[in-house]
Design a binder for this molecule. Structure first.
Ligand SMILES: *[C@@H]1O[C@H](CO)[C@@H](O)[C@H](O)[C@H]1NC(C)=O
Ligand SMILES: *[C@@H]1O[C@H](CO)[C@@H](O)[C@H](O)[C@H]1NC(C)=O
Length: 237
């Protein structure tokens, strides 16, 4: 009887932990999957040049050899990962496939409204480092979809904006632990133009420390940043 109730208590505790972590939406570093980055597997073109997201789950990777001859190939994300465009420290485009559970994600539905993300931040590490911020918008078929406007914010201060793009990538310097990163986008209008209605775009966003990915001469294989994300959304008018 005693062991039974001890077992029962253990099971309850387990479920309690599961419920708390699920509700808080916090990714747990020790069990979270690692990111997949662009690779140059062809020994004839071993040097990485740049990479970008082609679809929700595919990136195009450009590689070269020592004579500067180039070749590009498509690299599939693993199951359960989505592709996000980032910049390396030298502003080189760099795509990564990130487990969906770690991404901020939100959508305009079909409404022609500005929609904003939940929050994402680092809760550990060093203050004053640079981070690379990436956001992509996809349609319901997983193809890139252009939106009218995207802004990025740190602690509610706007740090960047792009218009008429499907991706927003930016390096932010002097990031301090717990600084909160958020985003908003305004969707593209529908065709024919109906001011009430806009095509549905789904935005995915993530942050990564530049020290984890480096510059284009650094061949990273995978990284595992410690991130807290809160996918509770808010709408801003
Ligand atoms: C998530 O964000 C919402 C809205 O800003 C807030 O009310 C809630 O307390 C946050 N949850 C956590 C775990 O930070
Ligand atoms: C955004 O997407 C375009 C088209 O796919 C690509 O050329 C560009 O490199 C991307 N930007 C970044 C910062 O990855």
């Amino acid at each position: 009887m005693r062991t039974l109730s001890a077992q029962f208590f253990k099971i309850c505790t387990f479920f309690l932990v599961v419920i708390i972590t699920t509700t808080a939406g916090v990714s747990i570093p020790s069990i979270s999957k690692r990111e997949t980055v662009a690779k140059c597997p062809d020994p004839n073109y071993p040097v990485f040049v740049s990479s970008y997201c082609k679809t929700l789950q595919t990136m195009t990777v450009e590689c070269k050899n020592n004579n500067n001859a180039r070749a590009s190939h498509d690299q599939q994300c693993n199951q359960g990962e989505n592709c996000i465009d980032f910049l390396l420290s030298d502003e080189v485009p760099f795509a990564m496939c990130i487990p969906v559970s770690k991404l901020l994600h939100w959508t305009n539905g079909n409404y022609n409204d500005k929609v904003c993300s939940g929050t994402i931040r680092f809760d550990s590490g060093t203050n004053g480092e640079s981070i690379s911020i990436g956001l992509n918008t996809y349609d319901t078929n997983g193809n890139p979809i252009q939106v009218f406007d995207v802004v990025g914010r740190v602690n509610n201060n706007q740090i960047g904006e792009v218009k008429n793009q499907h991706n927003y990538s930016q390096i932010y310097r002097q990031y301090n632990v717990h600084d909160v990163v958020t985003f908003c986008f305004i969707p593209g209008i529908s065709d024919p133009n109906n001011p009430e209605y806009a095509n549905k775009a789904i935005a995915y966003a993530y942050i990564v420390r530049l020290s984890a990915i480096g510059g284009k001469d650094v061949q990273v294989t995978d990284i595992e940043p410690v991130i807290s994300q809160n996918n509770t959304l808010y709408i801003e008018n």
